[in-house]
Design a protein around this ligand. Structure first.
Ligand SMILES: [Zn+2]
Ligand SMILES: [Zn+2]
Length: 731
């Protein structure tokens, strides 16, 4: 931090707070002065709030009216690179700075003094009178040589009451002392040997180690089919990073994945990393936040928001499954964690590893133009290979409307049961049936608050809106015509598929994997473990099963509806279907036995289906890239989605039309404006939604134009305007 970033007592400094204001606030530096980046407590009206010293004060008012910073908090100051990172993300995503600071301080109790707790350890004194219980306490302490215990830990381990432990303090046999509640994480062993690597893996690992050792910004795509051992390879990069005394961040898309990952990590480095995701307790979050800032956490495994942790010396960011949609945050601050990881690394001279079997087109395109480096892990870890893939043409099947498994697929499943192997039936749809229709009048049951049909969930015995979460019991009579007993499910969800499987394979052991069927992440992990051990014969699953779980006895994957993702007007429909089908197919045959994937489709001649079957990945990407280039859409053009929403449709429409009339700032950068039009889901949670879409050349400065454009229209109180740069979905 440079010298000019110090503000002596009484000078005016600008403080950024998390309050929804459009500016920083001026305060006087406290006694002893303050550095830029310091976290402080400042008075705001009657309250005291958390803030960060952002720079010199702006002034322009009577200095004697300025209030002083209440206190400088005992937290590692924000580093310049973090300051810059937050400003750049704000500028890119058009997010107000207070919202950025909120993202960067998402841990409870940062304003509280560091919590302390009492711990107990062995002293040199001897108890005046030796009893059996006292001896057990001292033996326990000796056994753990030098380790401190909390009172409860020590009493429980020794099998005595707390008063026995306390009775040993006066003689000095046991010492009681205070230690900070937020303790550093166990040190990781960077020198331990990893798993033995294949030649291809060693080569990739060496390249990644070199990238980390350079201590310069770089981004590498680590591309490898499922089971090629990408994790082992990037853990080598983590080891290199630790050896250089720098911190590493590994982003993972799905919490369910972390248990398996943590076990592997611990085996490799001798201790667990810090974790940062929604399943972590508030106390632990605060500990991680503080330890990351002081170097007491060397590696963090986390969800996308871990990017905003105050790393002290970040040397490596791994984005595992970089194509995953969950990296795109779609409420609050709209950002793509993959892209922001690259930005963050470029500001702190860190290496980025983007790992995927099915990279996003964005990443593929960045490799093509030489921005990212590419490493391929083609051969699979161990003897297994990608499965044979075939289409099952459903037009030849003539299945009854209540049946979804073709005869050919059923036969393949039967064969696997006979061989003692597992089959996976994949359907990316939760619940029992996506539509409930009245056979008397044709009415479809929709959500009262959204423009969406309600999905029947028999397991929950309710209808559920997948947009807003609203549920209601299944009515007996049609809500429209009142006729009873004519409501019928249309189309399959995994629960209905499970019903068909139980009818057709009454003897088989079946497991259904769908996120809504499990009360907790722990229950889901347990089910996954049981399946991996091989007892289940037929697994029925949603998208959840496409992600990383290793089922060694699985040799058949049946995709119930390969066409599902191809419907709709989404820019990325083809890309996503291609990725998902390859990931799901990749679940088959991960150990010695070669697998088979069968895709049920009504359009086997569709280019995406053909590309999936042929396995010509590069061909698919080239064709997809050419199409997007022609259309001038991302990654070859810029796009921004604008959604206006509010309870009154007329008011929302009016704002949208006003905006459309003042599109001068957009025209000046040559951007095109589409809309206003009702959003594909025109009402969510009772709010009407109107969409505008802005498309511009790749080089256009779209953010500045968007800001100038939207600034011209004053929003009524209940109308919300959301801007999504590089939108991932178009709902
Ligand atoms: Zn009806
Ligand atoms: Zn709803």
């Amino acid at each position: 931090m440079s010298d000019d970033a110090f503000f002596p007592e009484g000078t005016l400094v600008a403080v950024l707070t998390c309050e929804p204001l459009d500016r920083t606030l001026d305060y006087k530096a406290p006694e002893g002065g303050v550095f830029r980046g310091a976290f402080v407590e400042v008075p705001l009206g009657p309250r005291k709030v958390l803030g960060c010293v952002w720079g010199a004060g702006i002034g322009g008012f009577d200095l004697s009216k300025a209030r002083s910073i209440s206190s400088v908090l005992d937290l590692a100051p924000m580093r310049d690179e973090m300051h810059l990172f937050l400003e750049k993300v704000a500028a890119y995503t058009l997010t107000p700075m207070p919202a950025m600071l909120r993202l960067a301080t998402r841990a409870p109790g940062l304003m509280n003094p560091p919590g302390m707790r009492k711990v107990f350890r062995r002293g040199t004194g001897l108890p005046p009178r030796e009893t059996e219980a006292r001896k057990r306490v001292l033996d326990t302490l000796d056994e753990y040589g030098g380790l401190s215990f909390t009172l409860k830990e020590l009493a429980d381990t020794a099998g005595v009451t707390a008063s026995v432990v306390k009775g040993l303090i006066p003689s000095g046999a046991v010492i009681e002392e205070d230690t900070p509640r937020d303790l550093p994480f166990r040190r990781l062993d960077a020198t331990a040997e990893g798993k033995e690597l294949t030649d291809a893996q060693s080569e990739a690992a060496r390249a990644l180690r070199e990238a980390v050792a350079a201590e310069r910004y770089s981004t590498t795509l680590l591309k490898g089919v499922t089971g090629s051992g990408k994790t082992e390879v990037y853990l080598e990069a983590v080891a290199e990073c630790l050896a250089h005394g720098r911190q590493a961040l590994v982003l993972l898309p799905e919490i369910a994945l972390t248990a398996e990952f943590l076990t592997r990590f611990e085996a490799r480095f001798g201790a667990r990393p810090a974790e940062w995701h929604s399943g972590v307790t508030m106390t632990e979050r605060r500990r991680v936040w503080k330890m990351v800032g002081t170097g007491g956490a060397q590696v963090v495994i986390g969800a996308r928001s871990a990017l905003y942790l105050p790393f002290q010396n970040l040397g490596l960011i791994v984005v595992d499954e970089e194509h995953d949609q969950s990296y795109k945050q779609e409420d609050g601050v709209h950002y793509n964690a993959r892209d922001m990881a690259v930005l963050r690394a470029s500001l702190c001279s860190a290496a980025v590893v983007l790992a995927s079997a099915t990279p996003s087109l964005e990443t593929w395109a960045n490799v093509e133009v030489g921005k990212y480096r590419r490493l391929d892990l083609e051969s699979r870890y161990g003897p297994a290979v990608m499965p044979d893939m075939h289409a099952l043409d459903m037009r030849d099947e003539r299945l009854p409307a209540t049946q979804f498994i073709s005869e050919a697929l059923a036969n393949a499943v039967r064969k696997r049961i006979g061989l003692g192997e597992q089959s996976l039936l994949f359907l990316n749809r939760r619940g029992y049936a996506p539509v409930t229709i009245c056979r008397a009048c044709g009415f479809q049951i929709g959500c009262d608050h959204c423009d969406a049909r309600m999905v029947e969930h028999r397991f929950l015995k309710r209808l559920v809106c997948h947009q807003c979460g609203e549920t209601k019991p299944m009515p007996k009579a049609c809500p429209s015509c009142g006729v009873e007993g004519r409501l019928a499910p249309v189309g399959p969800g995994v629960e209905r598929l499970a019903e068909e499987v139980k009818e057709r394979f009454p003897e088989a052991k079946v497991a259904v994997l769908s996120s809504d069927l499990f009360a907790s992440a722990r229950a889901l992990k347990e089910q996954i473990r049981l399946i991996a051990e091989g007892d289940t014969e037929i697994i029925i699953g949603t998208q959840l099963v496409a992600k990383g779980h290793n089922f060694p006895n699985l040799t058949l994957v049946g995709v119930i509806d390969a066409d599902l993702g191809l419907q709709g007007s989404d820019l990325r429909a083809a890309e996503r279907t291609f990725q998902l089908m390859r990931q799901v197919a990749g679940r088959a045959g991960r150990s010695e036995k070669k697998g088979v994937a069968l895709l049920q489709t009504y359009q086997p001649e569709h280019p995406v289906i053909r590309a999936i079957l042929s396995g010509d990945e590069e061909g698919f990407w080239r064709a997809e890239a050419a199409e997007r280039k022609m259309a001038g859409v991302p990654p070859y053009g810029r796009m921004a989605g604008i959604v206006l929403s509010g309870p009154d449709l007329a008011v929302v429409s009016d704002v949208a039309n006003q905006l459309a009339r003042v599109a001068g700032p957009l025209q000046r950068i040559g951007a095109q404006l589409f809309g206003p039009a009702p959003a594909p889901i025109a009402r969510v949670r009772g709010r009407h939604r109107i969409r505008l879409l802005v498309k511009a050349e790749k080089t256009a400065s779209i953010q500045a134009a968007l800001a100038d454009w939207t600034r011209q229209v004053k929003l009524p109180n209940n109308v919300r305007l959301q801007i999504d740069i590089d939108p991932q979905s178009f709902w």
